[in-house]
Design a binder for this molecule. Structure first.
Ligand SMILES: NC(=O)c1ccc[n+]([C@@H]2O[C@H](COP(=O)([O-])OP(=O)(O)OC[C@H]3O[C@@H](n4cnc5c(N)ncnc54)[C@H](OP(=O)(O)O)[C@@H]3O)[C@@H](O)[C@H]2O)c1
Length: 405
């Protein structure tokens, strides 16, 4: 099936109708030379200037975009996987870390789409409905069967004149309460369909049922028990009835996912904070093998460590996630090695996340068109094999970490 890939038209953050060209989709890990997509969105900024980066700034793609085509998942008789590997994460346009304008949010979705992303992940939680509404505005205008849509359950929203303050900037005026029951799951799916303006969802994930969620913390096993007898059963039923294609959990720690595979029959997990260029040992040694033996696949969330890989000061998400010792030096050295080989670590991080066989989707977040376009084009850069040899030699990636061909 041909993918429509945008020619790189311009720099900027407002939505635009982009000229397109056809390039063939190839099976995963088989990459063909294709016409260049175009130059990086912004002129290269020296790495020393990264300390001044602000939300929305772009780390440009280095190397030659378009020297390989976007990866895809091979069709298999096992559990359903999206065809496209390249995704778009919806937290930043739910106003994570900073507000995104409507124009930037629509521009991000449109740029991701035009560049070839076809898996879109959002949640009721992202901006208290804001991200879903923004997704819906754009995606409801696309043919429903030409993309994969993932959202989440676990928090129900109710309108409020005085909503509780959350970490979302200028969130929609809603309060939330946790509900992982079967009834809560049905209500959440219905609410999401209405915010999104679509007829159906493809993937539904049980969201943030994890110790790092400050609302839940050490009580996560209690919530898990509600999900085990509620959401897990209801989502399995929805899949069996053909209402959704797959379900799983969207979590930042591995424990709930590993427990879920023992007590239920999930298909796909969005694992955030668990697999990145700079931190991947536990996932490779423990989590991925356990999921792979059941044919379950993984959507990699936070592949850019929520911006840390692109020079932001923050590391992942708030109090639970402190910067591990040695991480700053690791990032600095990875940047130096990338520069030596003519690539950038954002591009390397995105491609690295896509390689394990268990990974079906990589979903970086972006808050404007330039970021979204750059993230998709990064998947089409050929990275010299020596780059990965150097990273391994210096202990930045582990000896057994799979790397792109
Ligand atoms: N529990 C869960 O289910 C869960 C948890 C986490 C994430 N997720 C999913 O995974 C997705 C990805 O995670 P994420 O968005 O939190 O983090 P991420 O993809 O690791 O990083 C996104 C951040 O990186 C920066 N960025 C992105 N593209 C850039 C570019 N081309 N140049 C420079 N900077 C760039 C932006 O920072 P600025 O904002 O500073 O511009 C952006 O907010 C989420 O959007 C969500 O869909 C799910």
């Amino acid at each position: 099936m041909p993918l429509r890939i945008a020619r790189q038209p311009c720099v900027g953050t407002s939505p635009s109708v982009l000229p397109t060209m056809e390039i063939p989709m190839t099976t995963r890990r088989r990459f063909l030379t294709s016409a260049a997509i175009g130059a990086a969105a912004l002129a290269a900024a020296p790495l020393v200037a990264q300390a001044q980066l602000r939300p929305g700034d772009v780390v440009p793609t280095r190397g030659t975009p378009g020297s390989r085509s976007l990866p895809t998942n091979a069709t298999s008789s096992g559990r359903w996987r999206p065809q496209a590997v390249t995704g778009f994460g919806g937290a930043p346009i739910g106003n994570h870390f900073a507000a995104a304008s409507e124009a930037d949010a629509q521009g991000a979705l449109e740029a991701a789409w035009n560049a070839g992303a076809r898996v879109f992940d959002t949640s009721p939680w992202y901006g208290l409905g804001l991200s879903e509404r923004r997704f819906g505005h754009f995606l409801s205008q696309q043919p429903r069967d030409s993309y994969v849509l993932s959202t989440k359950i676990g928090r129900l929203l109710t309108a409020s004149r005085n909503p509780k303050k959350t970490g979302w900037i200028d969130a929609s005026p809603f309060d939330y309460r946790y509900d992982y029951s079967a009834e809560g799951t049905r209500r959440s799916v219905e609410d999401s369909l209405q915010r999104l303006g679509v007829s159906h969802l493809d993937i539904v994930l049980v969201h943030d049922l994890s110790e790092d969620n400050g609302d839940i913390g050490a009580r996560w096993p209690e919530y898990f028990e509600q999900a085990r007898t509620g959401a897990f059963v209801e989502l399995t039923r929805m899949r069996e009835e053909g209402l959704i294609k797959a379900w799983g959990m969207g979590v930042n720690t591995p424990e709930p996912a590993l427990r879920a595979v023992e007590v239920a029959d999930p298909d796909i997990f969005l694992l955030a904070c668990q697999y990145s260029l700079l931190d991947h040992e536990r996932a490779l040694a423990q989590t991925f093998p356990r999921l792979a033996e059941r044919g379950i696949s993984v959507i990699v969330g936070s592949p850019l460590l929520a911006g840390y890989m692109t020079g932001r000061d923050r590391y992942l998400y708030g109090p639970y996630w402190t910067l591990p010792g040695g991480m700053a030096a690791k990032r600095a050295r990875a940047n130096e090695i990338a520069a030596k080989h003519g690539v950038d670590i954002r591009t390397a991080a995105l491609q690295f996340a896509a390689v394990p066989e268990v990974v079906s989707v990589v979903a970086p977040g972006a808050r404007n068109a330039a970021q979204a376009r750059a993230n998709v084009e990064s998947m089409t850069v050929s990275i010299p094999a020596e780059f990965w040899v150097d990273l391994r030699r210096e202990g930045i990636i582990s000896a057994d970490a799979p790397v792109p061909d």
